[in-house]
Design a protein around this ligand. Structure first.
Ligand code: LLP
Length: 431
């Protein structure tokens, strides 16, 4: 199985962290997001341990909550010793409501509104990641008015191409995110920040892409960033406290995805950082990394009920389910690969070629094309694996479909962490 929290029981049913998925579907209805708390905690611990083992625990992983944001996930990751990254006032509000200490919050985004910035300043969050010069001016302004000092870091474009899907690549020069190194834009912005009374320069940040399945681009990005540390020390006598290397560690969607052990990453980065700091006489900075997908991705599955099956001779077999692009838009957006299976027949051979279709009024509303699954029948439960990241968080109410519930499971015990939306929820803001 793609994730070690999944298995098949004696009834031939797919299980997740000891729960029978067919029982979950019966009890909580479909479509249903199911997340393994055990798996999420296991990944968090791997990251935290890798910091202790290879970097003397100097710094920590930050959970990039755009991957999956709700109160319970913040409670879990904070409990495991991670910090939290938010990218909107809404994520910030959710994190604070869940009890995340403000100093553990890092606020990203290329166009944070004045309202969002003001909220962050008032809440005294630990780190606003400055994306551009205008934003720096706004933060200084708001901080001065509020009579506060604000800790910031800077989003830098290291100019690394991390070979991933074009839509989710963010580190290269032609990117809406961050400050350019080569042109001097990054340097000028940091220099400006040092002249502002209410700004405390804390760190530098970069992020080179997402679903990356190799370590080299990360190490290379760290090296480029440390060269910038050297320049800042030489020219501005500045030694930032931390270096945030972003997220992007790939996960297994299909068997052929060859993932990197997460520990390897800190080992390699640590070697490089220590060597470079020795050579250049730099103070070793704290390191942060910002994984989102890899914390929650493989821990999640989605369960559906199979409805209409349309076999078009010599064309394809459409297997329709009760979800679709409204709760998982990733195939429609990125042609993302997924492993699908019939959960109540999980022990049988997967020998039926299916195009899994959603229920939205749109031909492109597919979850997967030409997936090999067990021969399906109406009423079967279909499971799509590795849906823990960027599914619920990217869901919408397209066609006025209510968002599914999310159930967290641990050691055989399920609990609802996000209720299913009702029709009343759909009209709540309608006048
Ligand atoms: N830090 C920053 C600044 C980011 O922009 C991102 C992701 C992360 C951390 C977390 O990266 P991760 O470890 O999750 O790869 N919706 C797309 C993914 C977009 C990722 C955007 N930024 C998808 O469904 O694949």
């Amino acid at each position: 199985m793609i994730s070690d929290c999944l298995s098949v029981n004696s009834l031939g049913h797919l299980t997740i962290s000891g729960c029978d998925t067919i029982e979950l579907a019966q009890k909580f209805g479909t479509p249903l997001y199911v997340m393994s708390e055990d798996k999420i905690r296991e990944v968090c611990r791997k990251y935290v341990l890798s910091f202790q083992k290879y970097y003397d625990g100097f710094g920590c992983p930050i959970y990039a909550s755009k991957a999956f944001s709700c109160k319970e996930i913040y409670r879990i990751v904070i409990g495991e010793g991670l910090d939290v990254e938010v990218v909107s006032g809404g994520e910030l509000y959710t994190a604070l409501s869940a009890g995340v200490p403000a100093e553990k919050i890092h606020f990203q985004g290329n166009n944070k509104s004045l309202e969002e910035l003001s909220y962050a300043v008032k809440q005294e969050i630990g780190d606003i990641v400055v994306d551009n010069l205008q934003e720096l001016f706004h933060i200084q302004d708001l901080a001065e008015k509020a009579g506060k000092k604000v800790g910031v870091s800077f989003r830098i474009k290291p100019g690394i191409d991390a070979h991933t899907h074009e839509f989710i690549r963010t580190g290269q020069i032609d990117s809406k995110f961050g400050l350019d190194l080569q042109s001097g834009e990054a340097f000028q912005t940091v220099r400006k920040a040092l002249t502002f009374e209410n700004i405390v320069v804390r760190g530098l940040h970069c992020h080179i892409g997402s679903q990356i399945l190799e370590t080299l681009p990360f190490v290379h990005a760290a090296e480029v960033m440390l060269d910038f540390f050297v320049q800042l020390r030489q020219e501005l006598a500045l030694e930032p406290e931390f270096l945030n290397l972003g997220g992007g560690f790939g996960i297994k969607y299909v068997e052929s995805d060859d993932t990197i052990p997460y520990e390897d990453y800190m080992r390699l980065v640590s070697e490089m950082v220590h060597q470079k700091c020795r050579e250049q006489g730099l103070t070793v900075p704290k390191i942060y990394i910002e994984p989102g997908r890899s914390i929650v991705g493989e821990a999640g599955i989605t369960l559906y009920t199979v409805g209409a099956i349309k076999e078009i001779p010599n064309v394809r077999n459409y297997v329709s389910i009760d979800g679709g692009m409204f709760e998982n838009p990733r195939y429609a957006l990125y042609q993302a690969s997924y492993t699908c299976l019939v959960a109540n027949k999980a022990g049988n051979p997967a020998e039926y070629t299916a195009t899994i279709a959603g229920k939205c009024c749109e031909s492109g509303d597919l979850i997967q094309e030409n997936a090999l699954i067990q021969p399906p029948e109406e009423g079967d439960i279909l499971a799509v694996l590795s849906t823990g990241a960027y599914n619920y968080s990217m869901a919408s109410n397209y066609n006025r479909n209510p968002r599914p519930a999310c159930v967290m499971v641990s050691q055989g015990i399920p609990r609802v962490i996000i209720r299913r939306e009702s029709y009343e929820d759909l009209v709540r803001n309608d006048i």
